[in-house]
Write a protein that binds this ligand. Structure first.
Ligand SMILES: N[C@@H](CCC(=O)N[C@@H](CS)C(=O)NCC(=O)O)C(=O)O
Length: 223
């Protein structure tokens, strides 16, 4: 059996969330860079794996899977030494984790895309006001999720935290969250940042991502 291969880019939040989970379960993934700017994801070889041409895409010995929110539970269930990050027997806890994964995909990641699309593709320099409003509403929801526990589902780290943290790390840089209003959210994020593998799996790529956005904003302002 070969080790699973992750196709992606380290600047992409949804790829970083898979890297966070892989590190959390101590899984040795092979990482293959797919340069979206060069169109690698539209090559016939890539389209054979993932006709939807998105990263991250996983190749687990010829089983191809895409969407980070499907890849992450798959990796924990297949390669995790235990089910702490995604419990099998506590069906309701697992359902709440799934809900947070959908929250990440449908709200956090969706808004992050809306925030950066004008900058990447439309020579924009600012983040649309409606996105700022939606993201603040999402911060508010997360503050509520954290009302009764240290993590997004209860008092232990789960894949919901790792998935949302990758999006939040980028959103916090682009749309800062007020510290007093969102104190639980900030404390939670500090907890995630304290994980020994955080920097390698997410922090480094996020810094590159934010630097790229800053550079593009400056360039677009000169157009
Ligand atoms: N919900 C998906 C989003 C995947 C996605 O849209 N990835 C972007 C990069 S961050 C992409 O591959 N875009 C290229 C394309 O859609 O052609 C996930 O969580 O994996």
């Amino acid at each position: 059996m070969k080790k699973p291969v992750l196709y992606g880019m380290d600047i992409s939040s949804v790829c970083r969330s898979v890297s966070l989970v892989a590190k959390a379960i101590d899984l040795d993934l092979e990482f293959v860079e797919v340069n979206l700017f060069a169109g690698d994801h539209k090559s016939p070889e890539f389209l054979r794996m993932n006709p939807q041409h998105t990263i991250p895409t996983l190749d687990d010995n010829g089983n191809f899977l895409w969407d980070s929110h499907a890849i992450i539970p798959y990796l924990v269930q297949t390669y995790g030494r235990n089910d702490d990050l995604y419990p099998q027997d506590d069906i309701f806890k697992r359902a709440r984790i799934d809900q947070r994964l959908h929250f990440d995909n449908g709200i956090l990641y969706a808004q992050l895309r809306k925030a950066v699309t004008p900058i990447f593709f439309k020579f924009g320099t600012t983040i649309p006001q409606e996105v700022i409003i939606e993201v603040n509403a999402a911060y508010e929801f997360m503050e509520t999720f954290l009302k009764d526990g240290l993590y997004l589902v209860g008092n232990s780290l789960t894949i919901a935290d790792l998935s949302c943290a990758a999006s939040i790390s980028s959103l916090f840089e682009l749309i800062p969250a007020e510290v007093i209003r969102f104190s639980k959210l900030h404390a939670w994020f500090q907890r995630i940042r304290g994980l020994p593998y955080y920097h390698e799996a997410n922090g480094r790529g996020n810094t590159k991502y934010i630097a790229l956005i800053r550079e593009l904003r400056e360039k677009n302002a000169m157009c």
